[in-house]
Ligand binder design. Structure first.
Ligand code: FAD
Length: 146
């Protein structure tokens, strides 16, 4: 079974706040560990960006659930590709908030001063997530011992 990586961006639904993000992380970590899915979720109060990686059929099934979730909308795939290895092997769902992110890091990957992942090249989003994960590695906390 090939492994794939799916990266999407979405708009946070009205009324969806930090408690909802915590709920999402909690269920994600439980389900993803069971399904061999790893990745990272990024939240800036307005957008979610999520990178999920794992067996193709598991990722496709998860994306089906995520699409129907009312806590966000305008879910747009930025990248879907086969991968040879995982980037987030130790994380059933790492989490970074770009609200606290160094503006320099975001600016490096954005054409303007406003952070809008819908206007970014998929490769820039991928590199931004890797950069954020690196920057916050200490605080992400490994969630699985794979
Ligand atoms: P229930 O709502 O109780 O569903 C009942 C049944 O559906 C389950 O028993 C199972 O048979 C099936 N099912 C549900 N979820 C899955 C699944 N992921 N894979 C296979 N079968 C399933 N959820 C995640 O699990 N992982 C994520 O990485 C993730 N990221 C999210 C990111 C965002 C921005 C948002 C808004 C939501 C995300 N969710 C994620 C939540 C997701 O949309 C569903 O709410 C969640 O998967 C439901 O899980 P549950 O165990 O409560 O299933």
């Amino acid at each position: 079974m090939p492994m794939v990586r799916l990266i999407y961006v979405s708009e946070v639904a009205e009324g969806c706040g930090l408690q909802d993000v915590n709920d999402i992380l909690q269920i994600s970590r439980k389900n993803n560990e069971e399904n061999g899915i790893t990745g990272i979720l990024c939240y800036d109060g307005t957008h979610f960006i999520q990178w999920i990686e794992g067996a193709r059929e598991k990722i496709n099934a998860l994306y089906g659930f995520i699409l129907k979730d009312k806590r966000h909308g305008n879910v747009t795939i930025l990248e879907y590709s086969e991968i040879a290895k995982r980037e987030f092997q130790g994380w059933s769902m790492a989490y970074v908030s770009t609200e606290n992110t160094d503006r320099k890091t975001a600016f490096k990957y954005c054409a303007g001063h406003t952070f809008n992942p819908y206007l970014m090249a998929p490769e820039s989003v991928r590199l931004l997530l890797l950069d954020l994960a690196c920057e916050h590695e200490e605080s992400l906390g490994r969630t699985v011992d794979w």
